[in-house]
Design a protein around this ligand. Structure first.
Ligand code: RP5
Length: 166
């Protein structure tokens, strides 16, 4: 009797610092859904669950992930800490905070010292959606069918823009 094939691991991990980040990070998930890219979404807090953070970041490559999207708000250490423990590309999404409207999140994520990169997107939902698109674009360099789906997405987006305001 032949063994069942091993399940294919999703190529994208979406991690976020809190349940409260999920409404924002769902925009990344929705984009990946649209493009047919599998992902696993998890809550991993740099501050509240540091052991979970270390286990996730150090094990991400072995789990089969190819790209990591990390979203956090306020003192947003998650993307940088994840990046410090894996060579996989990390895309950081600054979640819009209540106190400082996400300026704190943005600066926390974008100002990485040389040597540990985090590809930082815009604050909030636009950044999360673009993180999904960028993750797909990275994966598309080794996946011609995904590249075609991305081109179709772009073409449909262009076609949906009216020439004049109504
Ligand atoms: C950060 O603190 C999280 O990423 C979240 O954006 C922010 C607030 O978290 P909660 O107090 O809503 O759990 O760690």
């Amino acid at each position: 009797m032949s063994e069942a094939p091993a399940p294919v691991a999703p190529p994208v991990a979406i991690v976020m610092g809190s349940q409260s980040d999920w409404p924002t990070m769902q925009r990344a998930a929705a984009m990946l859904d649209k493009l047919g890219v599998a992902y696993d979404a998890r809550i991993v807090s740099a501050h509240r669950t540091p052991d979970r953070l270390v286990a996730f970041a150090k094990g991400a490559e072995a789990e089969g992930f190819k790209v990591i999207i990390a979203g956090a708000g306020g003192a947003a250490h998650l993307p940088g800490m994840v990046a410090s423990m894996t060579h996989l590309p990390v895309l950081g999404v600054p979640v819009q905070s209540k106190a400082l409207s996400g300026q704190d999140s943005l600066l926390s994520i974008v100002q990485m010292p040389a040597g540990i990169p985090v590809g930082t997107l815009a604050i909030g939902e636009a950044g999360a959606a673009n993180a999904g698109l960028l993750a797909a674009a990275i994966l598309s360099t080794g996946d011609a069918e995904l590249a075609e789906r991305l081109k179709t997405f772009r073409a449909e987006q262009s076609a949906s823009v009216a020439e004049r305001p109504s």
